[in-house]
Design a protein around this ligand. Structure first.
Ligand code: C2O
Ligand code: CU
Length: 561
């Protein structure tokens, strides 16, 4: 149906993918269902931004197929690795995997990577409605394009606490012209070579290209739900629609106290639902624009069009794209984050905690290689996945020394460290089952003076309450300021430059769970920790999840006995 957009007006630098449009769903069959999927992961040619590349696709699609289920359903994905020379796993981001910790899809943590040619079955319950996604969790396979949407609708007969007439789904990602393998080598080399965004060249679009922006077609005077999730490797983003207010109603699968804003910030690992009403002049179209936050943008905004029926989609908006805050306007980012509060009825945090873990985030060197470290440990995952090694008591599978719950009292978070060297490790934070844990994420100065970055931290297996954000070094008196009344309940929380973020969660999900910065290059450089809780309670881990490293040997010995 090709339409023509004139030179260089639309530049989809981020693969801006509107995956599915579904109008008010109605379904017949009652009760929970099992949703079956048969997937093959493979490399294929694709043109995410006008330059043909090799991407990691699923069943010939990029991004991968959308999973749509209802709360209470079981999702069953039979995943075959067709990558020929590398392993693969898929993580279901935002799904807590209650009772199925081996299906969390984290290589070296919950399972062995699936070997080329082999098949692994992910079978888990989606217990709660919300906007989620999935992605590779081995090496830098997310940067290679391995991701897709996972949408859970409310259970049959249940209602959302808001009304809408139709919905759109956007999965945000950033695309890089270097392969993920080249990026891994660049990041690990001495000196480190940082990943650099490149300008895409093609800008004359007909509308049927693989990289053509998807148009949001709307009827006047209706309310739409826009689901947005960010699977970016690196970029923090801001999204706005010209002349339209956005009412934020959901974050990471939990409902929010509705709040009306002009644009939203979204960090890697987060998801939101916003409502907008098509109350503008229907003889015009409007820009939807996405800008980079927190890092000086090297690329123009990603744009698409909100197209009012019956106006032609090829008609360019007569008002400019919405302005988003300057990339380094952290004041507006903080103001936005502070507006995100839980809807009444959301589970409330316990009023006290049993243990506080303070995690200092620093950038360091190991033998001249740039790394990130948490309380002076840069995470390097072991060859035997923790879930099996802890379950079977294999004490030589990883460092038995527990990583520290705090950092040196006199550490100055505002300046580069006097000694910038660190060491790597793979010790585990063992959490007593059913206890309440506070985590204080403490940001600091990076290697260079006057640099401190944004880090969106994501927790597997749980949601946490975000009790507050603060500036500088966290002190005991900050506890007084914790929001225990309506803190947002989420799985991803950002720390701002030179600031801290306080989280609380209950260690009530038996398993081993990653907690890490969702910026993939940062995770690759060691920015994460591992939590283990109630592992003795974990029953019947499938052998396929254990068939490597020391648990693999254990399986073989059992067979030969
Ligand atoms: Cu979406 Cu451990 O990540
Ligand atoms: Cu980070």
């Amino acid at each position: 149906m090709g339409f023509f957009i004139d030179p260089c007006l639309i530049r989809p630098l981020f693969a801006l993918c509107i995956l599915s449009i579904v109008f008010a769903t109605s379904s017949s069959a009652a009760g929970a269902k099992t949703r079956h999927f048969k997937w093959e992961v493979e490399y294929m040619h694709w043109s995410p931004d006008g330059l043909e590349s090799v991407v990691m696709g699923i069943n010939g699609q990029f991004p991968g197929p959308t999973i749509r289920a209802r709360a209470g359903d079981t999702v069953h994905v039979e995943l075959t690795n067709k990558l020929h020379t590398e392993g693969v796993v898929i993580h279901w981001h935002g799904i807590r995997q209650i009772g199925t910790p081996w299906a969390d899809g984290t290589a070296s943590i919950s399972q062995c990577a699936i070997n080329p040619g082999e098949t692994f079955v992910y079978r888990f319950k989606v217990d709660r409605a919300g906007t989620y996604f999935y992605h590779g969790h081995y090496g830098m396979q997310r940067s290679a394009g391995l991701y897709g949407s996972l949408i859970v609708d409310v259970a049959e007969g249940e209602k959302e606490p808001f009304h809408y007439d139709g919905e759109f789904n956007i999965l945000l990602s950033d695309w890089w012209h270097k392969s993920s393998h080249e990026q891994e080598v660049d990041l690990s080399s001495n000196p480190m070579r940082w990943i650099v965004p490149q300008q895409q060249r093609e800008c004359r679009l007909r509308g049927n290209e693989q990289y053509a922006p998807h148009i949001l077609r709307v009827q006047p005077n209706k309310t739409y739900r826009l689901r947005i999730a960010s699977s970016t490797a690196l970029a923090s983003l801001n999204l706005g629609i010209g002349k339209h207010k956005l009412v934020v109603v959901e974050a990471d699968g939990n409902y929010l106290q509705p709040v009306s804003v002009d644009n939203i910030d979204i960090y890697s690992g987060e998801s939101y639902s916003v409502l907008f009403t098509t109350n503008q002049d229907p003889s015009n179209n409007y820009w939807l624009s996405i800008n980079v936050r927190g890092r000086e943008p090297k690329t123009p905004p990603a744009l698409t069009i909100l197209n009012y029926s019956p106006t032609s989609a090829s008609r360019l908006p007569n008002s400019p794209p919405p302005v988003s805050p300057r990339w380094d306007d952290y004041g507006s980012s903080k103001a936005f984050s502070n507006k995100i509060l839980a809807l009444t009825g959301t589970p409330k945090p316990p009023t006290t905690s049993d243990r506080r873990i303070v995690l200092l985030n620093t950038q360091n060197f190991i033998d001249g290689h740039t790394k990130w470290a948490i309380n002076n440990v840069s995470l390097v995952l072991p060859p035997t996945p923790y879930l099996g090694s802890i379950r079977f008591g294999l004490s030589n599978a990883f460092d038995q020394k527990r990583p520290p719950d705090n950092f040196k009292h006199d550490y100055d978070v505002m300046r580069p460290a006097p000694n910038q060297n660190t060491t790597s490790g793979n010790g585990v934070y063992v959490l007593r089952f059913n206890t309440t844990i506070d985590v204080i994420l403490q940001n600091a100065n990076a290697l260079r003076a006057n640099v401190s970055e944004i880090h969106p931290w994501h927790l597997h297996g749980h949601d946490f309450w975000i009790l507050g954000y603060g500036e500088g070094k966290f002190t005991e008196s900050d506890v007084q300021k914790f929001n225990l009344k309506n803190p947002p309940y989420r799985n991803t929380a950002v720390i701002f430059p030179y600031g801290w973020t306080a989280l609380r969660f209950v260690a009530d999900n038996p398993g081993v769970w990653a907690f890490h910065c969702h910026i993939e290059p940062h995770l690759h450089m060691g920015m994460g920790v591992v939590f283990a809780e109630g592992v003795r309670r974990v029953k019947r881990i499938p052998n396929e999840a254990l068939a490597c490293g020391l648990t693999g040997k254990l399986l073989m010995n059992n067979v030969h006995k």
